[in-house]
Ligand binder design. Structure first.
Ligand SMILES: NC(=O)c1ccc[n+]([C@@H]2O[C@H](COP(=O)([O-])OP(=O)(O)OC[C@H]3O[C@@H](n4cnc5c(N)ncnc54)[C@H](O)[C@@H]3O)[C@@H](O)[C@H]2O)c1
Length: 327
């Protein structure tokens, strides 16, 4: 049994509580939030409540932590947790900068503990099914793909941190990294990116990115936090292969439109993205294995991809993408 502490007990912590609840090999024994009312949310479920995460990290019963803090706190809290001997599942985005990502990876290597970033889209059944279809090869090569992720400016975050690009990175980091990370997972790192975007006091918040693989494939993504906080959230994709289109459009379930055959809805892998990701984190701990679906180095590379995209928006130039070990 892996004993877990959750640090940061508001928005996304609910998905972590639900995921651990579904996992037979883990239980939440501790939680922490600077807001006592939110810390109490975990105490109501039998967990010890802390107001200072350093006290939770000193709790010898805690084996692993979920870091559900605002993004600007991810790097320091992750390094502290690893140094305290805990395994870490840290929410996406890994950190505000790839340099902080390097620091987190170095701490995990020094500690010899699991570090995984909660890139839930890699574990989301529709996105898992798309990867299986593309890699299965039955419909030929991918010719084009468009991923979109749109919503209203976040109104829910504690002290409004999500609207402050110095603390959240803006939509390009907080929202769009879901698709950028998945595109890198599905297609590999592009050679370079081209991007246009709108930058306001909330950061780069409305952007279109083209991923250049030097092979003619047209891979693109579009993301925005529109000014109305009531704008409905939507996440879609459309992937055109030589002999089929695979589409998730919010109107009907994931659908394959093959050439000269009726459309069909493929069978999806079980579970939901959050529960699947948490089950994988716990499996890595109990088996002494490194994360294979979402290795921390790939999450750091996704930060580098976002940095290249931000540079492309600001310069109007195509920007090369670097990946792999820190230089
Ligand atoms: N995977 C996803 O789909 C998904 C969805 C939403 C958010 N997120 C990510 O999860 C992270 C948290 O986002 P959220 O929406 O839950 O934010 P939130 O503002 O709702 O919750 C953050 C919580 O952390 C607490 N907190 C702040 N500083 C603290 C400290 N020093 N010690 C202890 N607690 C502290 C706050 O009081 C608040 O309760 C962000 O990085 C965000 O990008 C991921």
């Amino acid at each position: 049994m892996v004993n877990v502490g959750i640090i940061g007990m508001a928005g996304i912590a609910g998905a972590h509580l639900g995921g651990y609840d579904k996992c037979a090999d883990a239980r939440v024994v501790a939680c922490c939030d600077v807001d006592p009312a939110k810390a109490e949310r975990g105490a109501e479920q039998g967990a010890r409540a802390y107001l200072d995460y350093r006290e939770l990290l000193a709790d010898p019963e805690v084996d692993a932590v979920s870091i559900c803090l605002p993004t600007f706190l991810h790097a320091d809290a992750t390094v502290a947790a690893l140094r305290a001997g805990k395994h870490v599942l840290c929410e996406k985005p890994m950190a505000l900068t790839s340099a902080d990502g390097d620091r987190m990876i170095a701490a995990a290597e020094a500690a010899g503990h699991v570090l995984m970033i909660a890139h839930c889209i890699r574990f989301w059944p529709e996105y898992q099914a798309l990867k299986t279809i593309v890699e299965g090869g039955a419909y030929g090569a991918v010719q084009s793909a468009l991923f979109t992720r749109l919503g209203g400016l976040p109104a829910w975050s504690a002290n409004g941190w999500m609207r402050d690009p110095a603390r959240s990175g803006g939509a390009i980091l907080d929202l769009h990294i879901h698709d950028a990370d998945y595109i890198a997972y599905l297609f590999g790192m592009p050679r370079r990116v081209r991007a246009r975007g709108v930058e306001t006091e909330f950061g780069i918040n409305d952007l279109r990115v083209e991923y250049d693989y030097d092979d003619g494939r047209m891979i693109a993504a579009e993301s925005a936090w529109y000014p109305s906080e009531h704008y409905p959230f939507q996440a879609t994709f459309r992937v055109a292969l030589e002999r089929a289109v695979v589409q998730l459009d919010g109107r009907r379930p994931l659908t394959v439109y093959p050439t000269a055959m009726p459309a069909f809805e493929p069978v999806l892998p079980p579970g939901d993205g959050y529960a699947n990701e948490i089950a994988d984190f716990i499996r890595c701990i109990t088996r002494g294995a490194c994360p294979s679906v979402a290795p921390a180095a790939s999450s750091r590379d996704s930060l580098r991809l976002i940095e290249a995209e931000a540079a492309a928006v600001r310069t109007g130039e195509a920007v090369p993408v670097t990946a792999g070990a820190a230089t």
